[in-house]
Design a protein around this ligand. Sequence first.
Ligand code: NAD
Ligand code: UGA
Length: 463
Amino acid sequence: MKITKICCIGAGYVGGPSCAVIAHKCPDVTVTVVDLSQERIDQWNSDNLPIFEPGLEEVVKSCRGKNLFFSTEIDKTIIEAELIIISVNTPTKTYGLGKGRAADLKYIESAARKIAEVSTSSKVVVEKSTVPVKAAESVNNILSANHKHGVRYQVLSNPEFLAEGTAISDLLFPDRVLIGGPQTPEGREAIDALSWVYQHWIPMEKIITMNTWSSELSKLAANAFLAQRISSINAMSAICEATGADVSEVSHAIGTDTRIGARFLQASIGFGGSCFQKDVLNLVYLSECLNLPEVAAYWQQVIEMNEYQKRRFANRIISALFNTVANKKIAIFGFAFKKDTADTRETPSLYICKYLMEEAALVSIYDPKVDHKQIVSDLTDPAVSDKETVDKLVTITTDPYEAAKGAHAIVICTEWDEFKTYNYQRIYDSMLKPAFIFDGRMILDHQSLLELGYHVETVGRRL
Ligand code: NAD
Ligand code: UGA
């Protein structure tokens, strides 16, 4: 089977960057990314890409209009492609059965139905979205129940492991590529066809193939293990604060054990992002449906610890500020869920703002990349606050010095590198005294801040 044309359904954080890299590395393949949203497609075709990701613009510009296209012509693109990648969103369900935990598969289903409706030739259909185990079976059922004469489908699982902020290097140099598929001659042929695409830049030994269900579960397992590490070190940070141990030293000490490894042991104000919580909850729901309540409870605790960490940090701010933040200006440095992205989905910064606003604090937010409209939209979500309260309590600035001027405290919520380079003497001089810094990301030089006169608090360490 020769792949000459790829259609990717879903031009989001995964579909856009991953297909840009495929096009960049496979000049012999035409890659078209389609989406229902005309606005998103227009942005992909403009100088202002819809997402900020280091290195993305260069990759897109190197092949856009040559073998990389962004389009809303979904039917035509599906018809022409031999390989179709489904990269649509799979958010946590907000209604009905499994509300608040199960993955909402309505976008996957509508993509599958669209493929079945318009295809006039056989296709390899690749599930790249993160899905519960056995989702490929549903996709397969929809396709085979609606197939046209002579049209055959092979459904593969090919989960994506990129992290935002490092998406391009993760895609160029992945630890591994995972492909799950049916263990039949046709299934193996489809796996080989997808594997051929990746072999343009990834060594064979890094392309792992397995059965479909193992592949689907491996994606949930990987995110659950990563999230669990963060909750584990955050649990340690609470013990450190209560005892005088230092969580950075504990991370270093355990991370040098090669069986544990050094990465993903950074204590924080809790993990954010669109996937960790969603995917762990997805695993919890799956375990419950499989009648495995102990397994469900085990993974649920990873989420509980994350909630606790966010709440605990907000409470520390309030208690350090003499148990009241009402009408006090508090500067929030960072709104994105991590550095080098403008994504705010499930950002811990939002929860810190919410808790402080509930105490009537005057919140002044600065983030180097997040759009102001996005911040307002997140804060006015009914689960967070309302427009009247936001208008009364929140200001959003484009200048960190402005955000801190006249403030009682600065709270570091995102680990942006530029926060380390500010003139903290100048900031100190403009703040009310005592001037507090709550470093939720442990990125600042605490000793020199103390010398300037700040009262400094951080995660997992008494100062
Ligand atoms: P996203 O919301 O940024 O993008 C999804 C896109 O799909 C949207 O633009 C939406 O308009 C489009 N879409 C939905 N239904 C469609 C349809 N029927 N036809 C055409 N377009 C449709 O989501 P994302 O962050 O790119 O995530 C996509 C999937 O990848 C999710 O399952 C997620 O769990 C997984 N994932 C995400 C990341 C990440 O870092 N964001 C990493 C690995 C895996
Ligand atoms: C994560 C995984 O790392 C990716 O492999 C996966 O593909 C992706 O989810 C997904 O499925 O969407 P992402 O959420 O983009 O990627 O970013 P991470 O670097 O994993 O960070 C997630 C959150 O954990 C951030 O809020 C970050 O600040 C926090 N974090 C991370 C910590 O608090 N401590 C750490 O040691 C690491």
